[in-house]
Ligand binder design. Structure first.
Ligand code: SF4
Length: 216
């Protein structure tokens, strides 16, 4: 076991990293196991978490792009087309936020509202997979947030780079004084990775967070 997810008290869960080479996939596996094995299941089987903003990482988008039967995309530039058709890109100055698209009522575009199930379950995003319907400790919140932020920064880097390569202005759904700069989005632990098995937590977490999480 490389990661331990456990109930600390009452409705509060916590996370410890037990191995220096634990990956994001180890984290997701541990979260899933916790959800499945908990005798008092934290998941209430509702669809409330599918009405929230769902920020995306570069690997989330890579996984969605593998689902050819789910999406209608321009094969020449699938990533840019996916971001335009299925996502919401928000730019304010140099800051960029990319999340899954939503319906007029505010539900995730992949939520089957009648059945209350995810139509993209096999490739659902990091945020969806790592959601536990319980309170969490600060370090568990920080881990989730640092992973998502690093993955989104890599996605923004790809968005800016591919737009430049295609000779187009990056397309945003909402922009306020947009001025995103490729130099502000350097390579990180997500760069060149196409699977969460390839991303080491130690490469993503800040030193401060790692010292709080890692218990050899
Ligand atoms: S991708 Fe699936 S699990 Fe995630 S918010 Fe959308 S419908 Fe819900």
């Amino acid at each position: 076991m490389k990661i331990r997810v456990y109930k600390k008290t009452g409705n509060l869960y916590d996370i410890e990293v037990l191995h220096p080479r634990a990956t994001v996939q180890d984290y997701l596996d541990a979260v899933n196991e916790f959800i499945e094995k908990n005798t008092d299941p934290p998941c209430r089987g509702c669809d409330e978490c599918c009405w929230e903003r769902i920020p995306l990482t570069s690997i989330d988008v890579y996984n969605y792009l593998q689902q050819a039967n789910l999406l209608q995309l321009d094969k020449r530039r699938p990533l840019l087309d996916f971001l335009e058709k299925y996502c919401y890109v928000y730019v304010e100055g140099g800051a960029v936020d990319i999340s899954l698209g939503f319906t007029l009522e505010g539900a995730c575009i992949f939520l089957n509202q009648q059945e209350r199930i995810c139509s993209a379950y096999a490739c659902r995003s990091l945020v969806c997979q790592s959601f536990i319907c319980l309170e969490s400790t600060l370090r568990a919140q920080e881990l989730r947030s640092e992973l998502v932020n690093a993955g989104m920064d890599e996605l923004v880097r790809q968005w800016l780079w591919q737009s430049r390569q295609a000779g187009r202005k990056p397309v945003a759904h909402e922009a306020h004084n947009p001025n995103p700069n490729l130099a502000d989005y350097p390579a990180n632990g997500f760069t060149d990775k196409t699977s969460y098995r390839q991303v080491l937590l130690a490469d993503i977490c800040s030193r401060k967070l790692w010292s709080k999480l890692y218990k050899p």
